[in-house]
Design a binder for this molecule. Structure first.
Ligand code: 5GP
Ligand code: ZN
Length: 118
């Protein structure tokens, strides 16, 4: 069973913000911003590559509820989902990073020269 499935089953503790029948949101263990939350579907999906549009429909509402709950809707935030090796995905269970609580930088995302050949 994957790490996030164990969090869903409460076999590994997490600081949970919001949960319903289909989704759960908890604080990232290694935050990269003052607010860094992970929102995931309870049904195991490897990545965005495999998620259904109906799950994404529910995820949209759920993320909106989470950002309302932690009061970052007005100040703003960023949603990221890393996919696969080049995307930097480390946990193989679809998750959306919700980052906020401060003005976020938008810098170099790759060591490769963005104007060169990838
Ligand atoms: P990825 O690199 O796959 O997009 O993101 C995985 C995220 O999961 C990382 O930001 C990492 O800090 C977080 N993470 C890894 N293990 C745990 C854990 O056991 N608990 C929590 N709450 N977050 C975790
Ligand atoms: Zn899983």
């Amino acid at each position: 069973m994957c790490l996030f499935c164990k969090i869903i089953k409460k076999e590994i503790p997490a600081n949970i913000i919001l949960e319903d029948d289909d989704f759960i949101a908890f604080h990232d263990i290694n935050p990269k911003a003052p607010v860094h939350i992970l929102a995931i579907p309870k049904k195991h999906v490897n990545s965005f590559n495999e998620v259904s549009s109906s799950t994404m429909s529910g995820m949209t509402n759920f993320i909106q509820k989470v950002t309302n709950e932690v009061k970052i809707q007005e100040s703003g935030y960023r949603i990221i989902t890393n996919i696969g090796s080049d995307g930097g995905q480390e946990v193989g269970h679809l998750h959306f990073h919700i980052l906020g609580g401060a003005k976020l930088k938008w810098g170099h995302l790759s060591d490769a020269d963005p104007k060169g050949h990838f």
